[in-house]
Design a protein around this ligand. Sequence first.
Ligand code: CO
Length: 290
Amino acid sequence: MSMRKIKQLVNSSEISEGAGVTVFRSIGTSSLRNLDPFLMLDHMGSNNPDEYLAGFPEHPHRGFITLTYMLEGHMEHRDSMGNKGQLRSGGAQWMKAASGVIHSEMPKQAEGLMSGFQLWINLPASEKMTSPEYQEFSPEAIPEVKIEGHKIRVISGTYLDANNAATTGPIVDDTTSLHYFDVSLESNQRFHHNLDGSLTGFIYVIKGETQIDNQTIASHQFAALTDGESLEVKAMANGAHFIFVAGKSINEPIVQHGPFVMNTREEIDQAIADYQNGTLVQERAQFTSA
Ligand code: CO
């Protein structure tokens, strides 16, 4: 069985997003424009309200999926179709913007830690202009596997423990066979996972230090992985907290203009025109939540 190694190590860049929220961006920077099917990864993590209170006021999306996973804090999501949802510590929201969503994500706390991820997942041409959909899950709806020295929250995909007991996350992203795990390891523990060797995979370290194949990945660092059926991530002496994500490549041209990601320049021009004349949001969204 071939082991995954580090293909590219990326130091996340601290940037200001939304109305002035500090985020650490890895995918979607000049070091790593995209990692098919992933278009962007932002890690928001701050104790300082000045770095998150401005939030993400109303803005559009077309042509892809946003997946928000909160580690700590409380945000309220609203869209122009009248949908409203709460994103709390440990909860997740998969939003297939597809043909168009206009939404906002605003903090519902005035102090304390706000931490979480937003991952953008591309859609194939055949799905880009379909109806928006949501899958929204409270912290309690995300299964947690606790084995000695390990805690694995399974947001999407199936995790098999050493006894082959399966735990499957509630978010289903069929197009990419998405895997999304939040992994905490105590000192010197190792996380093992076997998966389809051709899925594009990465880890992002939130806290502590890890090693893959004796190469170190520090806090706020991102590692794109080689293909391979097997992954082993080792925590260093102080333990580690990271996410592991994998998904199937789409292999289509990517033309991005800010929050619009399509296949051609003409489709981008259409998205901009639709947004300007108020016809970006064409359909009501379907909802799955728990
Ligand atoms: Co958004």
